[in-house]
Design a protein around this ligand. Structure first.
Ligand code: 5GP
Length: 189
């Protein structure tokens, strides 16, 4: 297995990082999306092995004890999310670079574990009001989970400066162009 590069997209839920990561995957070859494991239930038409590997909470905890994660976080109470070592190896074995769409703390853990191989990009919503509007439009959260996401977003924005780059996601096409520019500089360095 040859180690390739790691491209981390982090930012508050609703910052647009998933849309951005998907757009980059369409525009650039040689990059593959890291499918995270999670103990939360599937939402809407999410499929196991596509959006996430959905695990029961005890299964997730067993994998933590067996040291099977590169990183994991209890992103919300009792809702764990993590990157399996096997997932990164699967993508590296395919000869691809890995793109992650993960929470801020997990993103920094990857950067700390693989400082030379990682570019960590923070996707910031223009402001908290816009973030709240985006989350409400998604209609995937009830009021308490929306509050949970907004209070976490404030914490996340405070540590954005620890990332290699911050992209303020006003217009998705422009954000995509600057992200691709940064990624290409990094991959070609
Ligand atoms: P959602 O429930 O909306 O799919 O995701 C909630 C949060 O968990 C998002 O901020 C998402 O980026 C983050 N997340 C997804 N996968 C991972 C992962 O593997 N590790 C960590 N630390 N966070 C993740």
């Amino acid at each position: 297995m040859k180690k390739r590069k790691l491209i981390v997209f982090s930012g508050p839920s609703g910052s647009g990082k998933t849309t951005l990561a998907k757009l980059i995957l369409q525009k650039k070859t040689g990059i593959e999306f890291s499918i995270s494991a999670t103990s939360r239930n599937p939402r809407g038409d999410e499929i196991n092995g596509k959006e996430y590997y959905f695990l029961k909470l005890d299964e997730f905890k067993r994998k933590i004890n067996n040291d099977q994660f590169v990183e994991y976080e209890e992103v919300y109470p009792n809702k764990f999310y993590g990157t399996l070592k096997s997932e990164v190896n699967r993508i590296w074995d395919n000869g691809h670079h890995v793109i992650f769409d993960i929470d801020v703390f997990g993103g920094l853990k990857i950067k700390n574990k693989f400082p030379k191989e990682t570019i960590a990009i923070f996707i910031q919503p223009p402001n908290l009001k816009t973030l709240e509007e985006r989350l409400r439009k998604r209609k995937t959260d009830n009021d308490s989970s929306l509050k949970e996401r907004l209070s976490k977003a404030k914490l996340e924005i405070e540590i954005a400066s620890k990332f290699d780059f911050i992209i303020i996601n006003n217009k998705i096409e422009e954000s995509c162009k600057s992200a691709i520019r940064k990624i290409e500089e990094f991959l070609n360095a």
